[in-house]
Design a protein around this ligand. Sequence first.
Ligand code: URA
Length: 248
Amino acid sequence: MELSQRKRRILADMGIPLWRARHARETGTSPEPAAEPMADPVAPEPHTGEPVAKPVVAPSATDWQALRDEVAACTACGELAASRRQTVFGVGDPAARWLFVGEAPGAEEDRRGEPFVGRAGQLLDNMLGALGLDRQTDVFIANILKCRPPNNRDPKPDEALACRGFLDRQIEAIAPEVIVALGRVPAHNLLGTDTPVGRLRGRTHEYRGIPLVVTWHPAYLLRSPREKAGAWEDLLRARDCLGAATPE
Ligand code: URA
């Protein structure tokens, strides 16, 4: 089968080698990640296992819009509210099965009002693409902070706390089947720990009864492409969580 340029690019980005994906197709197993990115990969088939449909009701458009409006008007952390161009509520399907949580908007996100729209966002989109997912229709992407911290500094604990109620309400409304914490800041904030990301990976945590998987932040993967194979394993772990949530 002739590979599309897009699939080649996505899998090259994710470091999934051709022979593993072919082997997986022939044997029906999940493609294991390469030790490091290799050329000429092929996309794994999108997940076709059960359950297929998410048996929850999407939040009402009115409630979702009300939450969006509340976020847009928030000035709880004065410094960030004063320096932002706009709040960054999140992007995607409010009834998605997957929720990805990043750190905070950067300069480009602040300009465009959408999370992960820079280079790290492109890589995130390619990671989603390798799973057969699209940022607009299959997942929701949000951040710990809705406002950009100046000079891309880390969120301060009181800022994360002030913003937490919004993320929790998003989580409640979306009721995702799995949460993927992208890097240290979301992992530490959601899990209430300061254990390094490397030690939080490789197992499934829980946030409010929802399975939570920790992976590397896409910006870190841009700097450390050898870790992409591990990130792919994390995403497969998250995919295995679909349908396994134990709501309170
Ligand atoms: N990094 C993040 O953690 N979030 C964004 O929205 C952009 C970059």
